[in-house]
Design a protein. Structure first.
Length: 124
């Protein structure tokens, strides 16, 4: 487990938050799921404001807070984040620079034959 995930675990255990026993979305706890989604959206909105204000410190704070909330959500859902990160990174490294609907200059696209990461195998 990397340092960030250890920090997340330490935080959640301090406040007696419980991790799922298996990787899963807690459909039986819609309040938690809704809270986590709204929390991520709140941090994203703070990033948008910081960028609009050209406030580098607030942008950095928002990015770290967003990452903290996202990693916390992964921890609560007991998702194998480290392993999934490695799979996604490996697949992303096979992309190429190119134009997309998002950008003419800054995107990386899937070349012919590109294969998506097999996240499902991590959950078995």
């Amino acid at each position: 487990m990397n340092k960030y995930l250890k920090d997340i675990e330490e935080f959640h255990k301090k406040f007696n938050y419980h991790q799922r026993k298996t990787p899963s979305i807690p459909q039986d706890n819609t309040e938690l799921v809704t809270f986590r989604i709204k929390f991520i959206e709140e941090e994203l909105n703070e990033l948008k404001v910081a960028i609009g204000d050209n406030n580098v410190a607030n942008a950095l704070d928002a990015l770290v807070d967003m990452t903290y909330v996202i990693l916390g959500t992964a921890w609560l859902f007991n998702l194998p984040f480290d392993a999934a990160w490695s799979e996604v990174h490996k697949a992303n490294m096979k992309k190429i620079r190119g134009k997309s609907n998002r950008s003419e200059h800054y995107d990386c696209i899937k070349p012919n034959g590109w294969q998506a990461p097999d996240i499902q195998k991590l959950l078995r």
